[in-house]
Each structure stands twice: as structure tokens, then as C-alpha cells.
Design a protein around this ligand. Structure first.
Ligand code: ADQ
Length: 692
């Protein structure tokens, strides 16, 4: 579902009403809309095909199994994916009816991963949050999805992406880095001129509700009516949605082993096993029910006596009061999922024990395990360990039960469902500031000012870096890939046609490459960071440093390249560059640090320096930099308009060398000496195209 909260504090919950629109008339739909409105809700209608392919299909037969590490169960079908996109569009259309620019929109769960981006495209300035209730799997699992890119990009439409645990955040960030090539700084990702923050918000429960209810008269009465269980027996309780991720068959195996190994407990314990029907249209769920029921009958058949059965099993949804009664009666609670985003049942059990008796056996694969460290934690696949945990739980002295229970209660009574929601919304609200705090982003008023000064000036100097400024980074430094777009070439042509302008491309690229990119008439070119200058139709060599240093350095770079798949060495006249854009990010990080140390060892006290740029390590003479060449240009003439645009460390030398009144602009984030900042190559081209 989606919830929107606008400034007026009105909020609306948007979701599928759980019925197929194929059986609804126009009037039925209107009635549903009117009725839901009274409860602050609004429906998104889905037809039979969408329910089948979107809900049971992509959501519950593709994403759910994959996100819970059941890779063999995940099915990939085009019709599922098409329906998923379609349903997300439907949610977008309905949400937009309520969300103005001041609204806060909170999108929930794996069924709606495309929605944040769709909303962002329609209402760019609204605050959008996303929360995932399932685990986010490791990238090795996530990458198996054919639509992994689309889903990640869908999520990046949000301002804040929330998960239950920090492990899931980490997996998400790795997927963003490996899948989309985007880096993060402490969980903040820069994408499309915005900052997207990923963080952990472990969901809580309505603690008071569970703590108070066992004391009410109706629940006490229920407890009495269940006394038949309690008379001679210790109660082991297990409550789950009937889902394969919950580990019900494995738990039954462990219980069977426990009964085999501990005859003394026969006739003295009973396991109450509640399975809540779920997603019965999906085949795997039907199979699961059969498996569970076979195991239950086998165990009961093997161990029952005239007056005792080891398992009391029900496949149904329970009224709330009955659930509470059972929670409060249970001596041992078994929550042993194979994988679970959080698991609320574990927290509800803890909250329901106001006398602080009772023992929780908890799977370490549940998100809740990180908060409930005083539970007896088990690996649900280790049958013997789970069986032993049952013995420990049944034998645990009352004092120890209390100590453990109290510690867990203290923790989950402070971080409840409402603190969770407030915490999330507070952080989402903060994203508005986060977006505004971007350093010195060029505003519309600055653009007008620049255009005005440009127009009034007689002699203008405009210095432009190439890669990352006029052209987005491409996979390799090769000339064919990095060719400028026709839009850039037109913008440059227009500027050079004006005789009052001196336009210079200042790049680290080799001279022949730069020359092939542009029509050179009237255009200045500086190659290799100032090593070569194109002046009046000729290239002039500027660097005086001898080139003998290159050979030993090149052999070091080649050694690294052969050990680092995806990296390449580029040789220029005055420099060597090690490119690692296509290297897997973790390996790249290790190798580049090793390489830098190796090179610095070789080059200490020499005129050659090691510099780190955008996914490159560059080795070049220290005196060959854009700052030196700018100083030279400034001395040649009296300029009354100076603008310089660039994106990396080599451009910082240029910015620092400029007089204060210049318009220096850094493309992208990071510390900079420039006055202003733009976010993308597109913004740079817009700026240039608008100068007249
Ligand atoms: P679920 O997988 O549904 O939720 P869980 O967190 O345990 O799992 O929540 C189940 C809820 O259903 C509990 O509140 C419980 O009280 C209720 N319930 C269970 N059995 C019942 C019964 N027999 N009768 C009535 N009610 C019953 C998903 C993720 C979890 C994550 C939650 C919340 O899979 O990992 O904790 O979302 O984010």
C-alpha cells in the first residue's frame, strides 16, 4: 500500500481492496470508494489478470522467493513483469490524485518497487519514502533478477529507502554500486541531481496493546477454556503465516527429534501449531500445506497415547483475543523462520508476558534476532540445535526467564510501531533539507546573472573540461565511445562563431583525440592537462619534463592490469593512466590503494606525481596541470567575462588559478574551489546553449 500525509495532516491509505474488478459494476466500485473514504482509504482496482500476474505472479512467485533466498522457486515470466509495471502505474495514477507538491508519500513493500520513480516523474518535488518489509538479499541473489536495474532505479525515485536491519541496507548499497555503478557516502547516494538516503528502521509493535490485553476479562476467560492444554503439559507455541520462508517443516523435524531423544517429556508437552492460510493460489503454498499436514500426522501417529497428542494443529486465522490468550499461556514460543524480514510474532509474544515468564526460541535468520539477543537463538537448519534449544527452554529456571524477558521487553517497549513511524517520517522530512543543502547549486537567478554579464562583456574566456563535463563517462577511454553529442557540438560551434569569445577545451585527453572531436576552426584545445596547446592551427608542446620515467611505471601498471580484470592502461605523450571503471568496485578499491602505494614508493622525490581522478589513477609530471596553463591564458589578454567548468581534481587546479570574479562551476558533488555547482552534463549543455 501507499500512505500519503500532506501538510494539512490529512492522510489517506491507498491499496488494493482484495477483490477482482471483473466482478464489480461501476456502481459497486463507487460504493467501495465511498465506503473506504470514511476510513481514510482509497482503492486501486485490479482485474483477474493483474491479480494473477502481478500479485500472485511477479510479487509472490518472483520477488518473494528470491528475496527470501529461495532461488529455485523464483519464476521469471514476461507476463508477470508486464503486469507488475501496469499495476505500479495504476497505483501511481491513484496516488497522484491525492499527493500535491507538499505531500509526503510513503510507499510500502516489494509489490511497489517501481512506484517511487513513477511518482518522482509526475510530481518531482514531493517527498517520497519507501519501506521494504522483507529482507533485501545479497547482490549475488538479487542480480539473478532480469529486471534488477529497473527495480533499483524505481527505488531511487524515493528520498528515503528504509529496511528492517543494517544488513539489508548493506546489501542494497552493494547492489546499487554493482548494478548501477553508483557509489554511496554513509548511505547517501547521489542520483539524478538528488540525494537518496538508505537506512535501517526496525519495525516495532503496538506494545501497550499486547501488554494490556492478557489482563482483560475476555482473554482470561479464554485462557481458562484452554486449560485442557495446560493441565499436565507445558505449552510450546508456534504461530505463522503458512509460508515456506517460516520454516514450519524444519521445525516439525526438530520437534520430532526432540520427542525421540527425550522420552521423559512424553505426555508432558504439547506443541500448538497455528498456520494462517496465505497465498493459496500459488502452487508452492498448496504443497507446503500438504507437507506440514503429513508431518503433523506422522508425529501424532507415532507418539500419541490414549490421553495425549504431541501436536495440536490448526490451519486457520485466529481471532485476536484467542491469539493473545495463547501467547500469554505459552511456556515456550518457537519462531524459527528460514528467512524473515523482521518477524512480529516474536515481539508480540514477548510483549504479552507481563509476568516475564516464558522463553523465546528464535531463528537467527529473522530480522528480529538483532534486537532480541536474549532469546535462545538457533540456526533453523540445525535440527539437533533446535531440539536442544527446546530442552534448554523447558528447563530454564524462572529467574533466568525473567531476566531475559525483562531485557527484551525494555527494548521493544521503547521502540514501538509509532516511534518507528515517527522516526521514519522525521528522517523523510529531513530529506527536504538534505536536497536543499547541496553546496551552491546554480539557481535560476544565477543563470540570469551569468547571461547578463556575458551579454555585456566584450572579451570572454570560456574554459571547458571534456569528460564528465561535456560528455558523460563511458565504459572505456576509446575515441569512438567518447565522441561528443551533436547537441554539444552545436552549442560549441555557436559560441566559437561569436568573435568576442575565446572558447578552449581543456582536457587530459591526447591531442589527436581532441582534434577529432570538434571542428577546430576558432576553437582552442589544450590536451594532456596542458602538455599540448593547439594554437593558430598548430600543436605546441608545453611540457619540458623528459619522458624517460614512463617505461618502469608502465610495467608496474601492466602487472596490476593482468591481476585486475576489467582494468586497462592508457599511454599518452606525457602521462600514463590506469583506468578501473569496469572493475568490480570492491576489487578496484583494494587494487588502487595497493597501486598508489607501489607508485608512490617508486616516484618519491621525483617531478612525477600520482593523481587520483574519476575511476582512474594518472601518473604525470607535477608541473603539468590546468592551473599553470590558465595562468598563462590570463596573462595574454584582459578578459571581462571568465567562465570555467569542470568535474574533477584536475579542474580544481584551474578553478584555483582564476580571479575571484570568474564564474567557476563544478559538475557533481564533493569539495571544490568553484563558486557554483551543477549536477550533470545535461545541465552544462543547457547553460552553454542559453548563452547569447
Ligand atoms: P509476515 O510475513 O506476515 O510480515 P510477521 O511479521 O510475523 O510476518 O507478521 C504476522 C502478523 O500476523 C503478526 O502481527 C501476527 O500477530 C498476525 N498473525 C499471525 N498469526 C495469526 C493468526 N493465527 N491469527 C491472527 N493473526 C495472526 C511481513 C514480513 C515480516 C515483517 C512484517 C512487518 O515477512 O518479516 O516483520 O512484514 O514488516
Amino acid at each position: 500500500g501507499v500512505s500519503t500525509v500532506s501538510k494539512s495532516k490529512d492522510s489517506v491509505w491507498i491499496g488494493w481492496p482484495g477483490i477482482s474488478s471483473n466482478v464489480l459494476t461501476k456502481k459497486d466500485k463507487q460504493d467501495i470508494i465511498n465506503e473506504l473514504k470514511k476510513h481514510g482509504c482509497h482503492p486501486v482496482f485490479l482485474n483477474d489478470t493483474q491479480i494473477q500476474n502481478y500479485y500472485f505472479g511477479y510479487s509472490n512467485t518472483t520477488l518473494w522467493p528470491l528475496f527470501h533466498y529461495f532461488t529455485n522457486m523464483a519464476r521469471y515470466e514476461d507476463s508477470f513483469w508486464r503486469s507488475y509495471q501496469e499495476a505500479n502505474e495504476l497505483f501511481c495514477t491513484e496516488t497522484i490524485k491525492f499527493a500535491d507538491e507538499s505531500a509526503r508519500v510513503w510507499v510500502h513493500d516489494y509489490q511497489l518497487m517501481l512506484l517511487p520513480k513513477m511518482l518522482r516523474n509526475t510530481a518531482p518535488r514531493s517527498l517520497i519514502g519507501f519501506f521494504l518489509h522483507t529482507p533485501f538479499p545479497s547482490y549475488e541473489i538479487f542480480r539473478q533478477l532480469p529486471q534488477r536495474r529497473e527495480l533499483l532505479e524505481g527505488l531511487l525515485g524515493a528520498d528515503l529507502v528504509g529496511f528492517h536491519t543494517y544488513d539489508y541496507v548493506r546489501h542494497f548499497l552493494t547492489s546499487i554500486s554493482h548494478g548501477l555503478g553508483l557509489e554511496n557516502h554513509l548511505g547517501s547516494i547521489k542520483h539524478n541531481n538528488r540525494v537518496v538516503k538508505a537506512d535501517a528502521f526496525p519495525i516495532g509493535i503496538d506494545y501497550k496493546k499486547y501488554a494490556k490485553n492478557p489482563k482483560t476479562r475476555s482473554v482470561k476467560k479464554l485462557v481458562q477454556s484452554f486449560d485442557i492444554f495446560k493441565k499436565h503439559n507445558k505449552i510450546i507455541l508456534a504461530v505463522d503465516r503458512a509460508d515456506y520462508s517460516k520454516g514450519i517443516p524444519a521445525r516439525l523435524d526438530a520437534y520430532e527429534l526432540f520427542l525421540q531423544q527425550n522420552q521423559n517429556y512424553h505426555g508432558k508437552v504439547v506443541m500448538i501449531l497455528l498456520a494462517v492460510p496465505s497465498r493459496e493460489n500459488v502452487q508452492e503454498y498448496q504443497q507446503l500445506r500438504e507437507t506440514i499436514e503429513q508431518k503433523v500426522s506422522r508425529i501424532n501417529g507415532n507418539f500419541s497415547t490414549v490421553d495425549w497428542s504431541p501436536i495440536s494443529y490448526r490451519y486457520q486465522s485466529l481471532p485476536f483475543n484467542e491469539l493473545i490468550a495463547l501467547y500469554s499461556m505459552a511456556d515456550v514460543m518457537m519462531v524459527t523462520p528460514l528467512r524473515d524480514g523482521m518477524n512480529l510474532v516474536a515481539k508480540e509474544y514477548v510483549a504479552s508476558h507481563h509476568k516475564s515468564d516464558g522463553v523465546l526460541v528464535l531463528s537467527e535468520m529473522a530480522g528480529a534476532a538483532s534486537e532480541l539477543s536474549e532469546a535462545i537463538q538457533v540456526n533453523p537448519n540445525d535440527t539437533q540445535q533446535v531440539s536442544n534449544a527446546l530442552v534448554t527452554a523447558l528447563k530454564m529456571p524462572a529467574k533466568e526467564q525473567k531476566e531475559r524477558m525483562r531485557a527484551m521487553q525494555r527494548r521493544i517497549s521503547t521502540y514501538t510501531i509509532s516511534t518507528w513511524a515517527d522516526d521514519y517520517i522525521g528522517e523523510l522530512e529531513y530529506s527536504r533539507d538534505r536536497q536543499l543543502k547541496q553546496p551552491g547549486h546554480l539557481r535560476d537567478t544565477d543563470l540570469t546573472q551569468i547571461a547578463k554579464v556575458y551579454k555585456a562583456a566584450d572579451k570572454r574566456l570560456i574554459l571547458l573540461d571534456y569528460d564528465g563535463t561535456l560528455k558523460n563517462f563511458v565504459a572505456s577511454p576509446s575515441r569512438s565511445l567518447a565522441h561528443p553529442s551533436s547537441r554539444v557540438r552545436r552549442a560549441i560551434r555557436k559560441l566559437t562563431d561569436n568573435k568576442q569569445n575565446r572558447i578552449i577545451i581543456v582536457s587530459g585527453r591526447p591531442k589527436n583525440v581532441l582534434e577529432s572531436f570538434f571542428e577546430t576552426k576558432g576553437l582552442g584545445l589544450i590536451a594532456e592537462h596542458g602538455g599540448w596547446v593547439f594554437d593558430a592551427g598548430n600543436w605546441v608542446k608545453y611540457s619540458l619534463t623528459p619522458k624517460r620515467w614512463k617505461r618502469p611505471i608502465k610495467s608496474i601498471l601492466e602487472k596490476y592490469t593482468s591481476r585486475t580484470p576489467g582494468s586497462i592502461v592508457e599511454e599518452k605523450d606525457f602521462a600514463l593512466v590506469w583506468h578501473y571503471r569496469n572493475v568490480s568496485p570492491d576489487l578496484a578499491f583494494v587494487r588502487k590503494e595497493e597501486l598508489k602505494m607501489d607508485l608512490q614508493g617508486q616516484l618519491s622525490d621525483s617531478e612525477i606525481g600520482v593523481f587520483e581522478g574519476n575511476k582512474i589513477i594518472e601518473i604525470k609530471p607535477k608541473n603539468m596541470h590546468k592551473g599553470a596553463i590558465v595562468a598563462e591564458l590570463l596573462s595574454q589578454d584582459k578578459w571581462d567575462f571568465i567562465m570555467a567548468i569542470g568535474d574533477d581534481y584536475t579542474d580544481e587546479d584551474m578553478f584555483r588559478a582564476l580571479p575571484e570574479r570568474s564564474y567557476s562551476i563544478r559538475v557533481g558533488g564533493g569539495d571544490t574551489a568553484a563558486r557554483y555547482q551543477l549536477d550533470s552534463v545535461d545541465e552544462v549543455i543547457n547553460l552553454l546553449a542559453n548563452l547569447k
